[in-house]
Design a protein around this ligand. Structure first.
Ligand code: NAD
Length: 519
């Protein structure tokens, strides 16, 4: 936690003068059950994206601190793996209640450090909470398999067992949900866990760790380090760590997948996206327009499942002016202000990058139908705001189409028929999510079966699966072979032991050695 965690919610006005910096709250490391101040000399400022004021500092943990955290995980592993599954379940039953009780405070931390609106921040916590609730079914989820009498007097059964120390590396855009995809699933299976939250939004993870400690998690079972590349390299290289869960950009994800795999670790790596929403002319127009606008601009487009690319098919082209008008009506404001629909981007660099990508579209021949670049938010003139932006007449060669923008920008392409829409999506390097809007079952079925994308929505704009399923992703959006949460998540965090046993009646004696393979 921070030394004065209440300051997280009402930060003092600060300048960048260095002696004032020293008064800032600091994010602690969580090592061996204690929230400790880092001894590092390297700190990263955390800004409120709505004002760009520095609200706290996060350390780049030293090598010694990271080693201490990993060692704590290793030491805690044998007794945690041996803790009865019912006791582990009880801790997570208490944990889910504590998250519910503290949802407002968690959401407040998210809005302060990440910028999204308070309502959306509560949704962020809620979707992570659902994964925690799911972990409470561990007694069913971890069931093994048995096959009796595979031959005379012989039975085979499998156990699902933890694999050891696991680690998670999280992105900035879902400060609650994505860490909650990681450590609860890993821990409930009997692993110990080393977590590295995004250095831009660590506050929420720290409170989540405190709540898990309050729920009864033993010391050393969960450790938290902070930092950037050095922390990531430590996780990829430390021999005690057996598995890495990563969510973030392709640049980091490909690197972590390669480095971690090279060192013999399991790695699941969820990465970037370019999600297409295909609008068929037979769709329910009112619903489709509202769903598209919400999914394109919610969280200021900083969702890996944001519907950032609209594909208007045939006569649905005529809906474009209404799409623009509805998008224009969204209210851009600081996330903690009443009525805010679209909050700020995470940083001035993100704002500059998004603005440059909008300009690239204009330069390459797209039509700028709605331009949010110069939006002014009264009282928050220094915030990283970009208003809803729509680029029409976009073609697949344009940079605004090939790059993940990760901002409140909807690019609109037009095609003549469903086959062309499917071909376009399958040619795009990413395969995270997609949606089709239609009232025709045969159209929806064809789309579902032919599109090569992990998550498909039919009249559902952001089809993030509930935790009894798994969050998937194909092609450039995922590396690894077992996905996050659901049955796949349990597989990722467990290994199988297969036991074959033979209990013969006493009079059934083996009379000679069997030197050939049994047939
Ligand atoms: P990011 O890759 O910059 O950061 C993610 C994590 O990796 C952080 O903890 C960071 O410290 C670390 N990191 C950053 N750069 C690194 C590098 N070069 N080498 C090693 N480690 C590095 O991602 P972000 O900006 O925090 O998050 C946004 C990205 O995450 C978007 O691309 C978005 O699509 C993706 N995302 C994907 C999913 C999914 O499930 N597919 C979900 C959420 C976000």
């Amino acid at each position: 936690l921070t030394s004065t965690s209440h300051l997280h919610l009402s930060p003092p006005p600060l300048t960048s003068i260095s002696h004032l910096h020293l008064l800032l709250p600091t994010t602690k490391l969580f090592i061996d059950g204690k929230f400790v101040e880092s001894k590092t000399s390297e700190w990263i400022d955390i800004h409120n994206p709505a004002t760009n004021e520095v609200v706290s500092r996060v350390p780049k943990a030293t090598q010694e601190e990271m080693r201490a955290a990993a060692l704590s995980c290793s030491r805690a592993f044998p007794s945690w793996a041996d803790t009865s599954i019912l006791s582990r379940q009880q801790i997570f039953l208490r944990y889910q209640q504590l998250i519910k009780d503290n949802i407002k405070e968690l959401a407040g931390l998210i809005t302060l450090e990440q910028g999204k609106t308070l309502a959306d921040a509560e949704g962020d916590v809620f979707r992570g909470l659902q994964v925690v609730e799911h972990t409470c079914s561990v007694t069913s989820l971890m069931l093994g398999e048995t096959l009796p009498s595979i031959t005379k007097d012989m039975d085979t059964y499998t156990y699902r067992l933890p694999i050891g120390v696991c680690a998670g590396i999280a992105p900035f855009n879902f400060p609650a949900m994505i860490p909650l995809w990681m450590f609860p699933m890993g821990l409930v299976c009997g692993n110990t866990y080393l977590m590295k939250p995004s250095e831009r939004v660590p506050g929420c993870t720290m409170l989540l760790a405190k709540l898990l400690q309050d729920a009864g998690l033993p010391d050393g079972t969960l450790n938290i380090i902070h930092g950037q590349h050095a922390a990531v390299n430590f996780i990829c290289d430390d021999p005690a760590i057996k598995a890495i869960s990563f969510v973030g950009s392709n640049q980091a994800g490909e690197y972590i997948y390669q480095r971690g795999s090279h060192n013999g670790k399991r790695v699941q790596s969820n990465m970037g996206a370019k999600n297409h929403g295909v609008v068929m002319p037979d769709a329910n127009k009112e619903n489709t327009l509202n769903q598209l606008v919400g999914a394109a601009f919610g969280a200021a487009g900083q969702r890996c499942m944001a519907l950032s690319t609209a594909v208007l098919v045939g006569e649905a082209r005529a809906w474009l002016p209404q799409l623009v008008e509805r998008s224009r009506a969204l209210r851009v404001n600081a996330g903690d202000q009443p009525g805010a629909d679209v909050g700020p981007l995470i940083s001035p660099q993100a704002k500059a990058r998004v603005s440059a990508l909008i300009q690239s579209g204009v330069d390459q021949g797209a039509s700028l139908l709605l331009d949010g670049r110069n939006v002014q938010v009264k009282g928050y003139e220094n915030g990283n705001f970009v208003g809803p932006t729509i680029l029409g007449n976009v073609t697949p060669e344009m940079t605004c189409y090939t790059e993940e923008i990760f901002g409140p920008v909807l690019v609109v392409l037009e095609v003549d028929n469903l086959d062309d829409a499917i071909a376009m999506i399958n040619k795009n390097p990413y395969g995270n999510g997609t949606a089709i809007f239609t009232n025709n079952g045969a159209t929806a079925r064809k789309f579902t079966h032919e599109v090569d994308v992990g998550q498909v929505g039919i009249n559902v704009p952001i089809p993030v699966p509930l935790p009894m399923f798994s969050f998937t992703g194909s092609r450039g959006s995922f590396r690894g072979d077992t996905n996050f949460y659901g049955k796949q998540g349990i597989q990722f965090y467990t290994q199988i032991k297969t036991v074959t046993s033979q209990w013969k009646a006493e009079d059934a004696t083996i009379t000679s050695p069997a030197v050939s393979m049994p047939t």
